[in-house]
Design a protein around this ligand. Structure first.
Ligand code: SF4
Length: 362
């Protein structure tokens, strides 16, 4: 990804909240319909309040594909802005308020490692394998999937993507998040002995020829550090203290947490489930703090707690502040195109193929 990195000057950080708010509204108004701001659920409140659309990765991908605004400002992390750049028209331009906001999960797999693993797994078992990349991945991996008859998925549509892939091949190679792949496949009835986690530091991922031949799912050993904060022990403690509590977790959580949860689903699923539940219900939620705190504020008549006794937050998502947003908007209003996200042309076509397959699944 080619990026120009420009940070706000000191003067911006000396502004009061009131001044930041007033100037953001002025810049938004000056940009009018040429501007569309997308905000992921894990963004800070001070940022999300200015978003024209709020959602998870799938929802925001669809919004990016639908808008005709010339300037799309993505309040999220790199891979999301890359996705928006690929699926929008050539005359639309994508920016990030803080273009250095990455995703540690996406960084856990790179194209060289994935290509080497792909070759090794085919050495023992040449049958058709379908690659699936979680949308939380860099663009080269999405292009790899497009080129090799594979697909992109999000936590909202992972089950559909797995069904699609198994109808097209014997085995799935899923990266970079092992837990999304594992939790979904197990829920779909795939036995654990047919699911392998590939250890790149061991010959053939640490598996025998027979195990690879029998496998239906090979998982990259990546994970999200935020969702690994939750544990079964904490869930057990919550249940002991409150027998009425219902546990709802994100599928990036580890296997034990997911198995101990009453409900499992994407951020959109979690929001819908809590919204639809009656007043007086008790919930323990296993996902990032900004989303959970917004639910707490929105539903004061429901008891909502974290699965941990602290508030787990995504450092990358929190990097974007209202000051960064103001900075990008004022520059755009002056015609300064800074912090643009521009995907390399070599990956664009194949990545779009894999993303379109995902969007068609919906
Ligand atoms: S919560 Fe996890 S997967 Fe999501 S952006 Fe942060 S590190 Fe990446």
């Amino acid at each position: 990804m080619d990026i120009n990195v420009t940070f706000p000057s000191e003067e911006y950080f000396r502004l009061t909240d009131k001044e930041v708010n007033e100037r953001i509204l002025v810049a938004k108004s000056a940009l009018g319909d040429s501007l569309f701001i997308l905000g992921h659920h894990y963004q800070r409140d001070e940022v999300i309040r200015y978003a024209d659309a709020v959602g998870d990765s799938l929802g925001l991908s669809k919004k990016a594909a639908q808008t005709s605004a010339k300037f799309i400002v993505f309040c999220g992390v790199h891979f999301m802005a890359e996705t928006a750049d690929i699926i929008t028209a050539p005359d639309q331009v994508v920016f990030m308020p803080d273009v250095t906001a990455g995703c540690s999960l996406a960084d856990m797999a790179n194209i060289d490692q994935v290509e080497k693993t792909w070759q090794k797994m085919h050495y023992f078992s040449p049958e058709k394998t379908i690659p699936i990349t979680y949308i939380n991945s860099n663009v080269a991996l999405k292009a790899f999937c497009g080129k090799n008859d594979g697909i992109v998925c999000t936590s909202s549509n992972a089950q559909k993507a797995l069904e699609w892939a198994w109808s097209n091949g014997k085995r799935i190679f899923f990266f970079p998040d092992q837990f999304l792949g594992l939790n979904m496949a197990y829920r779909m009835g795939v036995p654990l002995e047919q699911i392998l986690v590939w250890d790149q530091n061991k010959p053939f991922g640490g598996h025998s020829k027979q195990a690879i031949e029998k496998s239906r799912l090979i998982l990259w050993n990546g994970s999200c550090c935020v969702h690994q904060e939750f544990s079964k022990e904490q869930i057990d403690l919550l249940r002991q203290g409150d027998p009425a509590i219902q546990i709802i977790s994100h599928p990036e959580c580890n296997f034990e947490v997911v198995q101990s949860s009453d409900f499992v689903g994407s951020t959109e699923f979690i929001i819908r489930k809590i919204s639809d539940s009656p007043d007086g219900t008790h919930w323990g939620i296993g996902t990032e703090k900004n989303l959970v705190n917004r639910l707490k504020n929105r539903f004061p008549n429901k008891k909502i707690v974290f699965l941990q006794n602290y508030e787990p937050f995504c450092v990358s998502m929190s990097q974007t502040t209202s000051v960064h947003l103001l900075f990008i908007l004022e520059n755009l209003a002056k015609g300064n195109l800074i912090n643009q996200v521009l995907v390399e042309s070599e990956y664009r076509e194949n990545a779009l193929t894999a993303l379109n397959r995902m969007l068609e699944l919906a």
